[in-house]
Write a new protein. Structure first.
Length: 571
């Protein structure tokens, strides 16, 4: 008898870097993830199927990532990238043999075989279509693919409801095009959530919670971090004024919609809850299993036999060293041995599978009903950052797929089998620093947001001015919509805040803003001249995602209130 369920939830996202240069922050970012994460993950799931098992993974693929994985230029450039990596490793073999360093020559041969294998799988096993391969796995019931906001925009900090709807609607339309069906689940960028509130500065305005937008688009579930569930308020509690997490954000008078359905007597991540008065469910991330991977002190990726990410060969850039110790001194690292590293994934998979059984059995013994363990991670952690991570994932799935008491499932399958019985209200939150907005809204990024908010309003005004555009004006407005969603990407403030690529991210934001402003001037003039067409074609060549985007989805949606404020009841 199955006592509980388990689901890996992998969130895959990279910023829009097509034709934005190569190393270290350009298109090569996508190439690395394809070679080290996406194709290895496809290989692992395919091999598990070939062994007669039924792997199940809940996989988020952001729309902007899907667009790049389906882009002809990006795929051609990836093929060249993989060829170059194999050729570079071949050159390393000769170099190390001349130096009479047998172990490094062995490692260089390992990389030659690795990239040749990746290239062969890309060309022949998956027919040069990564999105097509994931689509097939979904059609066969092994993967449930989640959608997201179009460009991973951080939704709680958007000023206009038109942006939240437009970002999500563009993501849903993109999903239907690439995967041939409507999405059921969504990964909110950075788990960023905004509850319903009244905006009281300026004209009083009711702002729906994120769940209302999801319900309108028939999205049935999303995910949040552990603290949001276990520390969130219950439905029906008194609301108050909430000040933004960084100075300058306006106060928000939160709205709680009363609901006749049951309120949670216990808040746990082992089961989903409906959010407010909708039938949109939320799953919480299981913290205990998450720590086994994320924890710097206790996480598996820090094991000393695994490959060291940060030390690279001065000539070829390959990583030939293992973590070795906890000192952080890159100069003292010892040589990597993939044989022992990949063998270690079996031990760590045994430990993780045991932990899952422990978690599931404990919940079942206390409640008498099967719960679900949601283990959520960034996909790129596996393979790219933790080189052996995909092999570990495969071994975990293999062990749990053969379990007598744990059922491996997708989040949607658990939701179908055990729909929520209780309703919860969630606090404004994210899985960023401090569980709030600070990572994207701080003293280093505050300058970005007035530009975004101004662009949101200007887009609404042009939709109102051109409710049914055609010809050149239609092309201009649709390209404006592309530039709008691209400048709204959460990646730009994130990279600025973390200092990983401050100048690059600032430049990319300003480029999209400049193109948006230029196109806005053309649209306001209402006359598209020859030089305007040249600019439009240049912008479309650089920024071509979402070829079916409809500028009209960014129409104004705000509801101004007249007379005394009346708190809404449940729908």
């Amino acid at each position: 008898m199955k006592k509980g369920y388990f689901s890996f939830v992998l969130h895959s996202h990279l910023p829009y870097v097509r034709k934005a240069g190569r190393w270290p922050h350009g298109e090569e970012m996508v190439h690395e993830a394809i070679a080290e994460t996406y194709i290895p993950l496809l290989n692992a799931l395919t091999e598990l199927k070939n062994e007669g098992l039924k792997p199940k993974v809940t996989l988020g693929l952001t729309p902007i990532l899907v667009e790049q994985l389906a882009d002809w230029d990006v795929m051609n450039h990836f093929e060249l990238y993989a060829q170059e990596k194999a050729e570079t490793a071949l050159a390393d073999i000769s170099r190390f043999e001349e130096e009479k360093n047998g172990h490094l020559a062995y490692l260089a041969k390992f990389y030659v075989d690795y990239y040749r294998g990746i290239l062969d799988a890309f060309r022949h096993r998956y027919g040069r279509s990564i999105t097509g391969a994931f689509r097939q796995l979904q059609e066969e019931g092994n993967v449930e693919i989640l959608t997201s906001a179009a460009t991973h925009a951080y939704l709680p900090l958007m000023e206009r409801d038109s942006t939240i709807f437009g970002q999500l609607k563009t993501g849903v339309d993109n999903y239907r095009h690439h995967f041939g069906r409507s999405p059921r689940g969504v990964w909110l960028p950075e788990c960023g959530y905004r509850p319903a509130y009244y905006k009281e500065d300026g004209e009083p305005t009711y702002k729906p919670g994120i769940e209302d937008f999801l319900a309108e688009l028939n999205l049935l579930y999303f995910f949040t971090d552990t603290h949001v569930i276990e520390g969130g308020e219950m439905v029906g509690k008194v609301t108050g004024d909430v000040v933004g997490p960084y100075g300058g954000l306006p106060k928000r008078k939160l709205v709680v919609k009363f609901d006749e359905r049951a309120q949670p007597t216990e808040k746990t991540t082992f089961r989903p809850y409906y959010v407010e008065s909708t039938k949109v469910a939320v799953f919480g991330r299981d913290e205990r299993t998450g720590l086994q991977v994320w924890s710097a002190a206790h996480g598996y990726p820090g094991d000393f036999v695994y490959r060291e990410f940060h030390r690279k060969d001065f000539e070829s850039g390959f990583q030939y060293w293992r973590i070795t110790d906890a000192s952080g001194d890159l100069g003292s690292k010892q040589y990597y041995d993939p044989h022992w590293a990949f063998k270690q994934t079996h031990m760590h998979a045994d430990h993780f599978a045991g932990l899952v059984h422990e978690r599931v059995n404990e919940y079942y013994s206390q409640h008498g009903t099967p719960g679900v363990v949601i283990s959520a991670y960034d996909s790129e952690l596996f393979g790219h950052w933790w080189f052996e991570g995909v092999a570990w994932l495969k071994e975990v799935i293999k062990r749990l797929a053969r379990s007598e008491s744990v059922e491996v499932c997708t989040a949607g399958e658990y939701l179908d089998a055990y729909p929520p019985q209780e309703v919860m209200t969630l606090p404004e939150s994210s899985w960023g620093m401090g569980g709030a907005h600070f990572t994207w809204y701080n003293e280093n990024t505050i300058w970005i947001w007035p530009f975004i908010h101004n662009a949101e309003v200007r887009m609404e005004k042009l939709v109102e001015k051109y409710p049914d555009a055609y010809g050149d004006v239609l092309e201009v407005l649709n390209q404006m919509a592309r530039e709008l969603v691209l400048l709204e990407s959460s990646d730009w403030p994130f990279l600025i805040s973390t200092g990983q690529a401050k100048e690059y991210a600032t430049g990319r934001f300003q480029q999209h803003l400049a193109r948006f402003n230029h196109l806005n001037a053309i649209a306001e003039a209402g006359c598209v001249r020859d030089e305007d067409r040249q600019f439009l074609e240049s912008a479309k060549d650089l920024d071509n995602p979402f070829p079916r985007i409809d500028y009209r989805v960014f129409r104004k949606r705000e509801s101004f209130l007249e007379g005394p404020v009346k708190w809404p009841r449940s729908a």
